[in-house]
Write a protein that binds this ligand. Structure first.
Ligand SMILES: Nc1ncnc2c1ncn2[C@@H]1O[C@H](COP(=O)(O)OP(=O)(O)O)[C@@H](O)[C@H]1O
Ligand SMILES: [Mg+2]
Length: 253
């Protein structure tokens, strides 16, 4: 199945929340998602309730096969965790011209065959994120429904175009509007402008601002465990269905 990088160079837009709850939604639909924590802040790992001494950094530093780093979480999804060592990768691998392709080469057919792979990126376009983008079939871009996030998505789109020209390929892109506050006029305006500019690349499903989504990580639970009746749960279930039916999960041939 497809490898999806969840990326936006702006922090706090819902990358990790989307990775976790999209993975959890697909798990409930019978898939076996593999979530990869590519952010040294390790929020995905913490939210999954995993405490680990070994994680993705071992792959970059010592060549440990990715398969050996997969852990099953309490929630049921598979996770390659992040550890504090991951923060050194940009400094250690930054001067290695082959470093950006390491993850792509490490994603064996066995890993890709397990189920959808979701890469939870950090908010900078450094070596780790380049690895994610080179390994990915598609990019999912969470954009919070506020003014600065709207500006950020243009920069990201430009960066992706540059990468596409260099790699002679195109990325399947999906923009998902997150943290949508229906009581704010600005949220509707951002949503309208995104749809006007990016058309069908913007998911029909919007993720609303929802208190349960913000508090579920403190219990190391996904939204379906923590508050199955919440608007957050129904939003992420709808997003999972939409991405599945639009073919976003399929691998490009
Ligand atoms: N739809 C939402 N409603 C309410 N809080 C949210 C929502 N999405 C994310 N959050 C909260 O906002 C903060 C940032 O979200 P996060 O997913 O960690 O963003 P990122 O990974 O892009 O930095 C977290 O505290 C998270 O719980
Ligand atoms: Mg994050």
């Amino acid at each position: 199945m497809g490898v999806t990088a969840i990326f936006n160079q702006k922090g706090g837009v819902g990358k990790t929340t989307t990775c976790l709850n999209l993975g959890a939604a697909w798990l409930r639909e019978g898939y076996r998602p593999l979530l990869v924590d590519m952010d040294p802040q390790a929020h995905l790992t913490l939210s999954s309730g995993v405490i680990s001494r070994s994680g993705l950094a071992a792959f970059f530093q010592r060549g440990t096969p990715l398969l050996e780093l997969i852990q099953r979480t309490r929630g049921g999804w598979n996770l390659i965790p992040a550890t504090p060592e991951l923060s050194k990768i940009d400094a250690l691998q930054g001067s290695n011209p082959k470093a950006a392709g390491l993850l792509s080469r490490g994603m064996t057919d066995e890993i890709r065959g397990k189920g959808p792979v979701l890469l939870d990126c950090c908010p900078t376009l450094g070596v780790l994120t380049l690895n994610a983008l080179l390994a990915a079939d598609g990019v999912l871009i969470p954009v919070a429904a506020d003014y600065l996030s709207m500006q950020g998505v243009q920069r990201l789109d430009t960066a992706l175009h540059v990468l596409e020209r260099r790699l002679h390929r195109t990325y399947r892109r999906c923009i998902v509007v997150t943290r949508f506050n229906s009581r704010r006029q600005l949220a509707y305006e951002v949503d309208r402008q995104l749809r006007e500019r990016y058309g069908e690349q913007v998911c029909r499903t919007r993720i609303g601002e929802n208190a349960a989504l913000a508090s579920s990580p403190s219990q190391q639970q996904d939204i379906f465990q923590y508050a199955p009746q919440s608007a957050g749960a129904s939003d992420y279930a709808a997003l999972a269905r939409e991405l599945k039916s639009s073919g976003f999960l399929e691998v490009d041939c």
